[in-house]
Design a protein around this ligand. Sequence first.
Ligand SMILES: C[S@@+](CC[C@H](N)C(=O)[O-])C[C@H]1O[C@@H](n2cnc3c(N)ncnc32)[C@H](O)[C@@H]1O
Length: 279
Amino acid sequence: MTHRYGAGPAIASMPRGGPNATWLNRLMQTDVAEYTDRRDVSDELKQRVIKGLDAMGERASLHEQYAKTALQVVEDIADPRILEIGAGHGRVSEEILKLHATATVTASDLDPTSVANMAAGPLGSHPRARTQVVDATDIDAADATYDLVVFALAFHHLPPATACLAIAEATRVASRFLVIDLKRASPMGILLNSLVMVPMSLAILPPSSILPTMHDAIVSSLRAYSPSAFVALGKAADPRMDIEFLQLEHNGIGPRPMTAVFRPPQARTPVVTNRGSAK
Ligand SMILES: C[S@@+](CC[C@H](N)C(=O)[O-])C[C@H]1O[C@@H](n2cnc3c(N)ncnc32)[C@H](O)[C@@H]1O
């Protein structure tokens, strides 16, 4: 295994809003963990959050949108080998398999209960899928095993030094690492989004998922990374890392997306459509 991880103290203490975040932006961040990351929380409660995310993704067509974005990133590869990390419910992997006739997918998560649930569902019996417990910071796969690693709505779960390690790991096992996460809002935006979330959650989520999913969504909004933080993390993983931002549409439901493709220096093939720029 080739490790290029190079995060130092500056990255470990970097604000979620990036190296030049304002004091107000720094104030609007937290080290509080989401329920899905806590060891002292029951599997049952964690799965209520995962079900809530699945319901929101279904209603807002996020699973399909993320799957299409992943396939766009590997559109030059005939039979792409894709690893989804932090897959939770596995619905993005399911959509990838529906949309592409020859893609192979490994759907994984750190949480063994989520992986067991994925294995018990459609992914468990699909001939082009497999499921696996995988830690994003220590991926159990040889270099270049995959063409693409996908990480949806989960990057902010990792503190900066760990996020940097995940970039190094994903770009070791694949030539492209697609991160789709929440866009970090302005301090006022974080407050407004939390208010808007209440009626939306009541309308969309299964009743038992409403409170835990809202809890995790609010914590997530305080942990989301800015584009400049993405760049700093990618460059800390490898100073020659290529970081390309993609623009995904937001249909008004669910989090505003923040999407980037990390490519290590030996693998520069830019995505041809929807290209954005770092802010
Ligand atoms: C908010 S959920 C996202 C689920 C799904 N990807 C989606 O789009 O709705 C975050 C997921 O990341 C997983 N996770 C957190 N830390 C992880 C790590 N170090 N490695 C792999 N997965 C991790 C959690 O177990 C959880 O399933």
